[in-house]
Design a protein around this ligand. Sequence first.
Ligand code: DC
Length: 223
Amino acid sequence: MNNIIIAIDGPAGSGKSTVSKLVAKELGLLYLDTGAMYRALTLKAMRENVDLEDGEALTLMTEKTLIRLDTMPDAETKVFLDGSDVTFEIRTPEVTDNIKYIARVPGVRRSMVKIQRETAAKKGAVLEGRDTTTVVFPDAQYKFYLDADLKERAARRFKELRSLGIETALSDVEKDAKKRDISDETRKVGALKRAKDAVYIDTTSMSIDEVVKKILAEIKKIK
Ligand code: DC
């Protein structure tokens, strides 16, 4: 499959990343983790003490930043910020907490969306994030919205943090997930919205394998 765009959106913990990687691998497409780009910018702003309330400063910083995503043969992504590998640093709770400041700046989003469109258009891709079905590729042939109950999403995130060696309480993870839903759904630009023409999949009681199979079956149907 070439030059095919598959866009997958949904809230944190809906299973997007794991599923998107597997779908990309199965179809031989590039996997584009758009959240990793907002994470890398947030890390840079924190490191350089850029005022997170200053949209203009964040836009300027973004314009001078080089973000590179390298997809490995196993579909894992390495994230490079101005040439340095920040794959692990961008996943800390501190970065996650501060993404809302970066994600709401129109100038920042414009730059990210441009890179995402150009990268994906070259050879086709599976893109996942919050606005890939509504802003980045609203006309993509294949659009999916993955969802899951808050409790299940928090439990998944808790497991993921543990696997990264980050100790935290499940109740805190649930509170954070709720806060992130609100900021993802209410920002003025690039908010998380369920596109009417996206295939909706509730993954609460589905295994990863089942979700991947469902997406591949839908793609065959739409083709
Ligand atoms: O997918 P993730 O949890 O790594 O995304 C982290 C944050 O990045 C998310 O809470 C909002 C932001 N984001 C965004 O604004 N637009 C995207 N397309 C992807 C992520």
